[in-house]
Design a protein around this ligand. Structure first.
Ligand code: IPE
Ligand code: IPE
Ligand code: MG
Length: 254
């Protein structure tokens, strides 16, 4: 049996129905090209990218979204030169150190999704701190996908499910979509309604491949450091023009 995708009630009123919007997930791409176009180092593009991320968190909260997920380092990004990987690690560190106090007082619940095992001990500690210091917050969830890959997440979930079957706490015949979802890093968070990718690339790059099964996708030519509240609003307006059918016949079918 395949259940229809969970259509949770919208907390952001906008006509409801297929246009309900709670969760926007963003593939923040184009930092390198932004820097290159200005004759700057890639690291400068990443630094500007953090500023764009900060603006986007504010904009998403102002727009009344419940969840924003930002893809900031993929399991494939380890293939980059060591210096760039170091820069990206440092930017996460710096973001948590600089922004945690404000996020905490603004009611933001921070969650980091991805594989933590390969992160350095100090980053692991910062990630734990960010989550534990904001765990009581409930206004808005900021999910940062860091060392995240959808396939890697699924493999880790499969191992956890297999272990539960082995110990007898779960029986194989009871494995269903809800059980899989509950073993993913995003457990308890509604699936994304809208996935935005900047920079003109039109691919998913291993982002939320299970959770975004029925998301709407919007690909923008804008490079991530240039992303703005206006760009987010425009994407949401486009989302609201779409009809989500979930395999059915839709609202206009007669
Ligand atoms: C996105 O920008 C940041 C990360 C993937 C970490 P890129 O660094 O991928 O920028 P481009 O794609 O080279 O322009
Ligand atoms: C996707 O961007 C990952 C993040 C934005 C963190 P990439 O720039 O790494 O993706 P590809 O390599 O172009 O697919
Ligand atoms: Mg890129």
């Amino acid at each position: 049996m395949t259940a229809s995708p969970a259509q949770e009630p919208s907390l952001v009123a906008s006509g409801g129905g297929s246009r309900a919007l709670r969760h926007v997930a963003i593939i923040m791409d184009g930092n390198g090209r932004w820097a290159h176009a200005r004759g700057l180092a890639r690291s400068e593009g990443h630094r500007k990218g953090v500023e764009a991320a900060r603006r986007t968190v504010e904009a998403a909260r102002d727009l009344g979204l419940d969840v924003l997920t930002l893809y900031s380092f993929s399991t494939e990004n380890w293939r980059r030169p060591a210096g760039e990987v170091r820069d990206l690690m440092s930017l996460l560190r710096q973001f948590i150190v600089d922004d945690l106090p404000r996020l905490k007082t603004e009611g933001v619940k921070v969650r980091i999704i991805g594989d933590r095992d390969n992160l350095s001990p100090d980053i692991k500690a910062l990630v734990r701190r960010a989550e534990s210091e904001t765990k009581e917050n409930s206004h808005f969830i900021l999910q940062i996908a860091f060392n995240y890959g959808g396939r890697d997440e699924f493999v880790r979930a499969a191992r956890a499910v297999a272990a539960a079957v082995k110990t007898g706490t779960l029986s194989a015949k009871d494995i269903d979509e809800a059980i899989i979802s509950d073993h993913l890093d995003t457990k308890g968070v509604p699936d994304p309604d809208l996935v935005i990718r900047t920079s003109g690339e039109k691919r998913v790059s291993n982002f939320l491949i299970w959770q975004a099964a029925y998301a709407e996708y919007i690909f923008l030519d804008i490079l991530w450091p240039d992303f703005s509240a206006e760009a987010l609003s425009a994407a949401i307006d486009e989302f609201r023009q779409r009809e989500r059918r979930y395999g059915g016949v839709g609202e206009s079918a007669g």
